[in-house]
Design a protein around this ligand. Structure first.
Ligand SMILES: Nc1ncnc2c1ncn2[C@@H]1O[C@H](COP(=O)(O)OP(=O)(O)OP(=O)(O)O)[C@@H](O)[C@H]1O
Ligand SMILES: [Mg+2]
Length: 264
């Protein structure tokens, strides 16, 4: 499906809610200061989108961004992925992979290569062994005057994990942590307008009561807003409506519930 609520966004089309703006600013600082950062947020709140924007804004002559998803990644795969990105062979054992990664980092620094920026997304999916390894990675970062900025991104579960006593050593070493929540009712309204404008659409107009319904049903989560509004536009088009009213939204919500097997 294409349209104002479905496009993969271009960094220049980012809707700058207070939270998104603040998060992006802090992530930029993490990069500038070669620091460690954690970005957590509700499912669908825009974390990966922010990372795409952060990468899109970087000077490609200076930086070499590495993005990886933590889904099912074991420590050896973690180093393996890093090494693969910088064009190295991946040794079979964890110890060798770790050593080669350290050596690679040192060599890159000596040669004045582009600065690496590592982002690990879906950090809530980290395996227990990877979480333990994280302590080593973070400790090493600190001891070696932080060789590259490392940003971990995850759902609220990850924030909870970091609060556990056994991960205190890691948590204490993270100078930047930010949690992205849903948009406020006012932001939801401007987000919807922004998405319509970005797609150069002037009609239909979303009535205020419709926007309130969208906000209540989505809790201001952009991915859910997109889903509801995308369906509402479709519904409006079929009925030839110039205004998306509360009734359109209610119909969409009822239909979404029905499709998901929630009896209403
Ligand atoms: N600030 C924004 N401006 C424009 N669109 C946004 C913004 N934030 C989120 N979106 C939209 O919401 C969708 C979901 O965002 P994203 O995939 O970044 O969420 P997430 O927090 O990474 O979710 P998950 O927890 O599932 O990984 C995106 O596809 C994008 O279209
Ligand atoms: Mg994501």
């Amino acid at each position: 499906m294409s349209g104002p609520f479905s496009r993969q966004i271009d960094p220049s089309f980012l809707y700058q809610s207070k939270g998104h703006k603040e998060a992006l600013g802090r992530l930029q600082l993490v990069v500038e200061n070669n620091n460690l950062g954690v970005l957590t947020g509700e499912v669908g709140s825009g974390k990966s989108t922010l990372i795409r924007c952060l990468f899109g804004n970087l000077d490609s002559k200076r930086y070499f961004p590495i993005y990886m998803s933590m889904t099912g990644l074991k420590p050896r795969d973690f180093y393996g992925e890093l090494l693969r990105h910088v064009g190295e062979e991946i040794p079979f054992s964890l110890t060798k992979a770790k050593r080669l990664w350290s050596e690679t980092l040192e060599a890159r620094q000596e040669q004045g290569d582009k600065s690496l920026i590592v982002v690990v997304d879906e950090a809530q999916e980290m395996s227990p062994s990877m979480l333990t390894e994280l302590r080593f990675v973070v400790g090493h970062q600190m001891d070696s005057c932080s060789l590259f900025p490392l940003i971990m991104v995850g759902q609220p579960k990850f924030r909870k994990t970091l609060r556990l006593k056994k991960h205190e050593a890691v948590a204490q070493r993270i100078p930047m942590q930010y949690h992205l929540s849903g948009l406020t009712p006012e932001e939801t309204a401007s987000y919807i307008r922004h998405q319509m404008q970005a797609a150069s659409l002037t009609t239909p107009v979303f009535a205020e009561s419709a926007i309130s319904q969208v906000h209540a049903a989505s809790q201001g989560i952009p991915r859910v807003i997109n889903l509801i509004c995308g369906q509402a536009l479709f519904d409006g088009k079929q009925r030839g409506s110039n205004v998306i009213e509360e009734s359109h939204i209610i119909r969409v919500l009822t239909d979404l519930d029905r499709q998901r097997g929630i009896v209403v």
